[in-house]
Design a protein around this ligand. Structure first.
Ligand code: PAF
Length: 290
C-alpha cells in the first residue's frame, strides 16, 4: 500500500532521504482515479525509483458554477487502485494545507496560451492549474512529472511553465487511454447517462475522420473551415454542444500564421471540447500533413 501524507512538512521529510540517490516522479491528479491515471503511474515508474501521486481537487481551477463541490472524492478507492500499480506515496492535502489564504495574492499566469481554447470558456482555469502545479513542484521537487496528453493545452502550459520558471523537472506526456469504443477515459465520463455514453465515442471517431481529411486535403488552409463545419454538424447531431473544435499547430499556434513552414511536413493537433449532458469532454488527435 502507498504511504499517505496529508501535510507538506511530512511529505518533505519522507522524501528527503531519497533525494541524493534516487529519482523521484510526481503524478499530479485530482483523484477519482481510472485506468488512464494508473497508466500515468506505470509510466512514472519507468522514469523514477520513487513515485508520488498527488490527489487534490484544486478549488482555484474551478470557475463559479462549475463542478468543484460535486467532483467525486474517492480517496480510499484511489489508494487501493494505486496499490495495484505500486505507487510509493500519496500526497492528499486539504484545501487549507495548500492554500493558507484564499484567494492567494500570488498568481502564476502563463500568458496568451491560456486564453485560447479551454481558456475562452474557463477564463481563470489555467491560472488555477499554474499555481497548484507550481506548488506541487515546489513541495515534491520531483525529477520527472507525468501529465496526460488528453489535456493537451494543460500539457503545453506546463511545459512552458517549466521552461519559463526553470524548474529542473522533465515533463513526460502520457498517451491518451481510451475505452474499447474509443472514448477517452476521464473522471467526468461518469456524469454521462447510458444513452450519452453510447453516443460519446463519436467525438473520437470524428477526430480520426477529420485527421484523414486533413491528410487527403490538397490545401489545408483553404479546406479547413468547411471540414470543421461538417465535423461539427455530425458531432452536434448526436446531442453534443461544442465548446470548440479547432485545428492548430502542435505548439497550439494558428496554422494560418504558419504559412512559411507549409512546404514541409507539419504536425497539427485537432482539439475539441464539447458538452454532452452534464459532462464536458475533451479529446484531441495529432496529425502530420504534407
Ligand atoms: O489534470 C488534472 O487532473 C489537474 O488539472 C491537475 C494537473 C492535477 C492540477 O490540479
Amino acid at each position: 500500500m502507498p504511504i499517505i501524507h496529508h501535510h507538506i512538512a511530512e511529505l518533505r521529510a519522507a522524501l528527503k532521504p531519497y533525494r541524493s540517490q534516487q529519482r523521484i516522479a510526481l503524478v499530479p491528479t485530482m483523484g477519482n482515479l481510472h485506468d488512464g491515471h494508473l497508466e500515468l503511474v506505470k509510466l512514472a515508474r519507468q522514469y523514477a525509483d520513487i513515485v508520488i501521486v498527488s490527489i487534490f481537487v484544486n478549488p482555484t481551477q474551478f470557475g463559479i458554477g462549475e463542478d468543484f463541490d460535486s467532483y467525486p472524492r474517492t480517496l480510499d478507492d484511489d489508494v487501493a487502485k494505486l496499490a495495484t500499480v505500486n505507487a510509493d506515496y500519496v500526497f492528499a492535502p486539504s484545501v487549507d494545507e495548500m492554500y493558507p489564504v484564499l484567494p492567494l495574492p500570488t498568481s502564476v499566469h502563463a500568458g496568451a496560451i491560456t486564453t485560447q481554447l479551454c481558456g475562452q470558456s474557463r477564463p481563470s482555469h489555467f491560472d488555477g492549474v499554474g499555481i497548484v502545479v507550481s506548488k506541487l513542484f515546489n513541495i515534491v521537487q520531483p525529477d520527472v512529472a507525468i501529465f496526460g496528453q488528453k489535456d493537451y493545452q494543460q500539457l503545453a502550459i506546463i511545459k512552458q511553465l517549466v521552461r519559463d520558471l526553470s524548474y529542473p523537472i522533465d515533463i513526460i506526456a502520457a498517451p491518451i487511454v481510451r475505452a474499447t469504443d474509443g472514448l477517452a477515459l476521464s473522471s467526468r465520463n461518469q456524469y454521462l447517462s447510458d444513452g450519452e455514453r453510447q453516443a460519446a465515442p463519436i467525438l473520437h471517431q470524428e477526430l480520426q475522420y477529420l485527421a484523414q481529411q486533413l491528410i487527403d486535403s490538397k490545401n489545408v488552409e483553404q479546406d479547413l473551415e468547411t471540414l470543421i463545419a461538417n465535423s461539427s454538424k455530425r458531432i452536434t447531431a448526436v446531442g453534443f454542444k461544442i465548446d470548440y473544435l479547432e485545428v492548430k499547430t502542435a505548439q497550439l499556434e494558428s496554422i494560418i500564421n504558419n504559412k512559411a513552414e507549409k512546404s514541409q511536413a507539419q504536425e497539427l493537433i485537432i482539439v475539441v471540447a464539447a458538452w454532452l449532458g452534464r459532462a464536458r469532454l475533451l479529446d484531441n488527435q495529432l496529425v502530420t500533413v504534407y
